[in-house]
Design a protein around this ligand. Structure first.
Ligand SMILES: Cc1cc2nc3c(=O)[nH]c(=O)nc-3n(C[C@H](O)[C@H](O)[C@H](O)COP(=O)(O)OP(=O)(O)OC[C@H]3O[C@@H](n4cnc5c(N)ncnc54)[C@H](O)[C@@H]3O)c2cc1C
Length: 235
């Protein structure tokens, strides 16, 4: 049995000693970023209800966007490292962690796992560098995040799809360049990649939040939005 010299009040189960050298390195470099770059500015962003967009490049430079994905400019770290990244970012502010986890797990991951090769090539490398920001639209104003109650629908029109509906409480929506939107099609729920600037797509900010004030949260309105077949999720 090993005994420890001192007890860390933030790690009573001594989980830190189980980490590999690489995991510790990841944790410590994110901790440094949080101490040096997030904590000095986050109070002001919380008070002003603004997202610190100036940090996106630095998060990307550390490999934190899509960190657990392989290829396409992503870091290919393991799941423990991703957990440590989120834990450290959350220590800085939940809004920063939300930005990274929505970009990585809710937007890049579905493109990586279910998208076509062309979609992966088109979006993932630029999302890993933070050049493109993504959001994920599941939750709706009336039925919350229960997919069984989804009213947003997609209808085929020639070779394209036409989307109508609304999403609510969507992290990153007001600043996103693309949205992975879930909609009810005739054969079940499908994922659609909708790019900012597409006619009929709007993503206004939800203002005066009590919490997560340094996170950009929005609604998504889809009115006769035409999405080409090549932007539909494979599965
Ligand atoms: C700041 C913010 C950011 C968000 N970002 C996103 C995003 O990026 N993309 C997105 O799609 N969504 C997003 N959401 C939505 C979020 O995912 C949902 O609000 C959340 O999943 C809860 O779902 P709901 O609103 O449908 O609540 P519900 O699931 O309806 O739950 C409401 C309450 O009812 C309880 N409840 C639910 N069902 C039952 C049951 N059968 N029996 C007993 N109790 C029950 C729950 O425990 C909860 O307390 C965001 C929300 C917020 C506030």
């Amino acid at each position: 049995m090993t005994t420890r010299k001192s007890l860390d009040p933030l790690d009573l189960y001594d989980v830190g000693s189980l980490l590999s050298e690489e995991e510790r390195m990841v944790r410590d470099s994110v901790a440094r970023l949080v101490d040096e770059r997030v904590l000095p500015v986050i109070r002001k962003h919380f008070e002003d209800h603004t997202f610190p967009r100036e940090l996106v490049g630095e998060l990307a430079a550390l490999g934190l966007l899509g960190s657990s994905l392989d290829g396409y400019g992503c870091a290919g770290l393991n799941a423990v490292s991703y957990g440590l990244i989120c834990q450290e970012l959350e220590r800085g502010d939940s809004g920063i962690r939300s930005f990274v986890s929505v970009q990585s797990s809710l937007c890049m991951y579905p493109i990586h796992a279910f998208g076509s090769e062309a979609q992966r090539q088109k979006y993932l490398p630029r999302m890993a560098t933070g050049e493109l920001i993504g959001c994920f639209g599941l939750t709706e104003p009336h039925g919350g995040s229960d997919p069984g109650n989804m009213k947003t629908h997609a209808k085929r029109k020639g070779g394209d799809w036409v989307l109508n509906g609304a999403k609510m409480w969507i992290t990153n929506a007001p600043i996103a360049d693309l949205a992975v939107v879930w909609a009810q099609a005739e054969d079940g729920i499908r994922g659609f990649i909708v790019e900012r600037g597409t006619k009929g797509f709007e993503a206004p900010e939800i203002e005066r939040k009590f919490s997560l004030r340094a996170s950009s949260t929005g609604a998504i309105f889809l009115q006769d939005v035409v999405v080409p077949e090549e932007n539909v999720s494979g599965e």
